[in-house]
Design a protein around this ligand. Sequence first.
Ligand code: NAG
Ligand code: NAG
Ligand code: NAG
Ligand code: NAG
Ligand code: NAG
Ligand code: NAG
Ligand code: NAG
Ligand code: NAG
Ligand code: NAG
Ligand code: NAG
Ligand code: NAG
Ligand code: NAG
Length: 625
Amino acid sequence: MKWLILSSLLAPLSIIASPLVPRQNGTAATAAATATSTSSGSATNGTTSPSNTTGTARVPTVTLYPDTSNGLPIEVSGVNYPQFQQDVYLGIPFAQPPVGDLRFAPPQSYIYNFSVTAQRQPSACLQDPSGSIGASIQSEDCLYLNVFAPQGANATSVYLPVMVWIYGGSFTSGSASQYNASFLEAYAAQTGKPFIFVALNYRLGAFGWGYGSGFAENGAANLGLKDIRKGLEWVQQNIWAFGGNPDQVTVFGQSAGAIAISLLYLDPEVKLFKSAIMESGAQSTLPIGPTASTWNSAYQYLLQQTNCTTIAASNSTSGANATAGNSTTPWQCLKNLPSESLLRGQLAVKSNVLFSGFVYGPSIDGDIIPDSPHTLLSQGRFARIPFISGNNKDEGTFVVPTFVNSTTLGFALVDLVEPNDPSNTTLLQIAALYSDVPALGSPFDTGNNTFGLSSAWKQSVAIVGDATFQANRRFFLRQANQHGFDQTWTYQFEQYTPGQPAYRGVYHASEIPYVFGAARPGVGLAGFSSNYTQADAALSNTMMNYWLNFAYYTNPNGNGDASASNTTYWPTHDINQNNKNMLRLLASNVTVFQDDYREQQMDFFLDRPREFNYRRSLPEDVIMA
Ligand SMILES: *[C@@H]1O[C@H](CO)[C@@H](O)[C@H](O)[C@H]1NC(C)=O
Ligand SMILES: *[C@@H]1O[C@H](CO)[C@@H](O)[C@H](O)[C@H]1NC(C)=O
Ligand SMILES: *[C@@H]1O[C@H](CO)[C@@H](O)[C@H](O)[C@H]1NC(C)=O
Ligand SMILES: *[C@@H]1O[C@H](CO)[C@@H](O)[C@H](O)[C@H]1NC(C)=O
Ligand SMILES: *[C@@H]1O[C@H](CO)[C@@H](O)[C@H](O)[C@H]1NC(C)=O
Ligand SMILES: *[C@@H]1O[C@H](CO)[C@@H](O)[C@H](O)[C@H]1NC(C)=O
Ligand SMILES: *[C@@H]1O[C@H](CO)[C@@H](O)[C@H](O)[C@H]1NC(C)=O
Ligand SMILES: *[C@@H]1O[C@H](CO)[C@@H](O)[C@H](O)[C@H]1NC(C)=O
Ligand SMILES: *[C@@H]1O[C@H](CO)[C@@H](O)[C@H](O)[C@H]1NC(C)=O
Ligand SMILES: *[C@@H]1O[C@H](CO)[C@@H](O)[C@H](O)[C@H]1NC(C)=O
Ligand SMILES: *[C@@H]1O[C@H](CO)[C@@H](O)[C@H](O)[C@H]1NC(C)=O
Ligand SMILES: *[C@@H]1O[C@H](CO)[C@@H](O)[C@H](O)[C@H]1NC(C)=O
């Protein structure tokens, strides 16, 4: 019976595995930037047909001297976007293609050869092609990054702050090419804070985030996180050539990207960035457990789906077993599979209801993630690097299927997502903490309106949004403060996206177009609403000001002088100073309030790490009291 209910939940649940970006009929951000363009010109960004607006076709070039070139200069040529006055380098390799023998291996330094032509968007890493925007061209050979720079920026110019974007997509989708930074770059230049933008790809799904014994034994867990770290090392070594200052790197990301950034904090000595902005993601936002023992059943299922279970035994070189060829172990068989077969196997695992939780993602590998994040944070074992961490008001609206019409069904969903099957007692306690009263559910502050759905749906959305996103953000902030670190800021994004159904509320990912300067009339980012208003544009400017100030000054208010700005002063969150300051990002009302909403409810999750994601499957003796 339980599995019947669960299988009916399966289809909608796949939204969790999708890019966490609603697939709307948006317009790609290719329109001339109405409010931010620094020059008039054609409405193309120059990729498809570099226009000669400035009279001469410029091919921007910079010269690198990477470690792996024996001191020889490597010339990188990009594209000029004259209408934005930007030089853009698309598809620079930052690691060797992780193919062939390098599949399931940590990223290796790229060996450059004289020059790099960086004029086309790189392939996205392998993922469900139907679930992604901007990932139609994909390949296992995907470790590339994009750089956007003010026109003419190079090694002899002033060294500018750098912002490195890490995309989201549940560790199974997303790509650097989805994120057009031209509007953000143009706004930055216009407001006197030019910077260098970088977006990098990292491996996804089984290729980058495998769980199970094979991945554990072969040191192949968290490869996506290692890719991100490798990309940041590349930035440290090479960004000066683009006019970027390696000592002034801010890393920012959303959802899985924010989770990845937060996990880099678990190395207290990390020196790859001086500040970070995490949009809707913290260390345990997704369930995390030991690589070997958690989801080992999903690993076995992957072997089965790829015919790698029996293949080693047979040594057959024909038929479906031929992929094994000379493989001697199931793991070797996985390594030898054609990439499409491995991807197909991964998608088959994800579509089995037993594994519709997060079977691909960060795991405790004893290496780059040495222990449970919950434990490490509690012990103060994290880097003291200033950060902003925020949430959108209704993170859960895309996670809970709209047909959920009873508390029981809602809890079946919680059961499915939480690997340790919270006990019935626990579930009853949650039901008491989150009463089935529509005015208390999410979308929050919508009174008794249920948008034609069940009030139990609003209840479940509130539970899931808090248990995964809000509570974990709060935990990181408060642990940081408790261990004496106060360079911490937090926000809640509360702006409705125009034209979206009201039941979605202020949904997961909806802040992205605001951060990228695309939430303005006639513009928009691919996949998002394009009916933004002037009020949205104003909020977008406000947010870009905070984000750019953080990149420049490690303070969202700028150089720290409250009177120097006419925007709302955003104070730090510091429980040692008896505050829980949080900034409300709402066009009509950018104000400070306290991060103490649903305090008792979120404490309930945080006090039960074993049941709620944080320490899944850990042996009894290491569970913290
Ligand atoms: C969305 O785009 C598709 C393909 O262009 C089109 O068939 C569909 O009618 C559009 N939907 C809306 C709501 O505009
Ligand atoms: C742009 O400029 C280049 C170099 O001057 C020239 O070869 C090319 O024909 C021009 N393209 C257009 C569309 O005018
Ligand atoms: C930087 O750009 C300037 C102006 O375009 C050029 O003169 C200079 O040679 C460039 N420097 C390097 C190191 O490429
Ligand atoms: C530039 O515009 C083209 C065509 O509209 C688009 O395909 C491409 O992704 C854009 N480039 C970037 C970097 O966004
Ligand atoms: C596994 O073997 C079955 C039966 O021979 C075949 O239909 C299927 O395509 C194979 N799967 C892969 C990933 O090769
Ligand atoms: C498969 O081949 C390997 C290498 O030749 C060999 O060591 C192994 O014993 C073979 N396995 C079986 C079941 O024949
Ligand atoms: C693959 O090898 C296994 C084990 O020997 C065998 O049972 C199976 O039939 C083989 N599959 C194919 C398609 O040859
Ligand atoms: C197995 O190895 C031999 C010798 O290296 C090679 O000729 C053969 O093509 C391989 N078989 C497969 C199926 O890869
Ligand atoms: C929930 O929806 C299902 C399927 O439409 C229906 O069978 C069931 O009676 C509904 N339950 C409640 C409590 O409304
Ligand atoms: C928990 O509740 C469910 C649904 O009401 C019920 O089917 C199940 O037997 C209960 N489990 C225990 C251990 O009481
Ligand atoms: C919601 O409905 C309940 C019960 O009808 C009522 O007591 C309550 O005042 C309503 N709340 C709001 C915010 O309208
Ligand atoms: C934008 O507004 C137009 C006109 O009101 C409407 O037809 C269209 O569906 C809206 N698009 C979105 C994405 O909200």
